[in-house]
Write a protein that binds this ligand. Structure first.
Ligand code: 5GP
Ligand code: MG
Length: 180
């Protein structure tokens, strides 16, 4: 697996440190509203991130997963995002934090946010591990973002190429010859 990576973009210890900081930002932002928070990870990319993040949060919460598939080329963003599995938890009147791996063009999170907003949560915020600056439109902004990265195709720590590399513990840039 390592041989398929061109370079490491964010090493393991830097991810762990930033995830702890994000948890502190989240706890500080919600304050007393944290009790009863519902985290909504967007599967499958946020799998590893949300597992680490939620274990850094020192209050009771619920988790309700959502699955979105985006019809896109292998490594290019731009497909249409579609909900393939809906929430199994009632979020009406609850504080909700959407968690995703990466904010790129914002299409995925726009669809997710619209769907969840219709369920009338008390508040709706977005947390992403990665953000590619300058690409997301102004109507889709992350309230919490781990790292701003260059516009390269990255894998690892939950992010995939053809459903592989999610278990790689760092965030790295895939060798271009593997997908070009
Ligand atoms: P958006 O809908 O914001 O364009 O893209 C968000 C989704 O596209 C992410 O949830 C992720 O699945 C995928 N994506 C965007 N950029 C990358 C990338 O660099 N690497 C990987 N593995 N997936 C990406
Ligand atoms: Mg995703």
């Amino acid at each position: 697996m390592q041989a398929d990576l061109e370079r490491v973009l964010i090493p393991r210890d830097a991810i762990a440190r930033r995830v702890r900081e994000l948890a502190e930002e989240i706890a500080a932002t919600y304050g007393t509203d944290a009790a009863g928070l519902v985290m909504v990870p967007v599967l499958s990319g946020s799998l590893i991130f949300v597992a680490d993040l939620m274990r850094c949060l020192p209050f009771k919460m619920r988790i309700a997963v959502l699955t979105v598939s985006s019809y896109r080329g292998a490594t290019t963003s731009g497909g249409e995002a579609r909900l393939v599995a809906d929430l199994n938890t009632d979020i009406a009147g609850r504080h909700v934090l959407i968690v995703d791996d990466i904010l790129d063009t914002g299409r995925t999170l726009r669809v997710v946010r619209q769907r969840l907003a219709a369920l009338k949560p008390a508040s709706l915020r977005i947390c992403v591990l990665l953000r590619k600056p300058g690409k997301a439109p102004s109507d889709v902004q992350a309230d919490f973002a781990g790292f701003d990265i260059e516009d390269a195709f990255v894998v690892g720590y939950g992010l995939d190429y053809n459903d592989q590399y999610r278990n790689w513990p760092e965030i790295g840039v895939l060798r271009p010859e593997l997908y070009q």
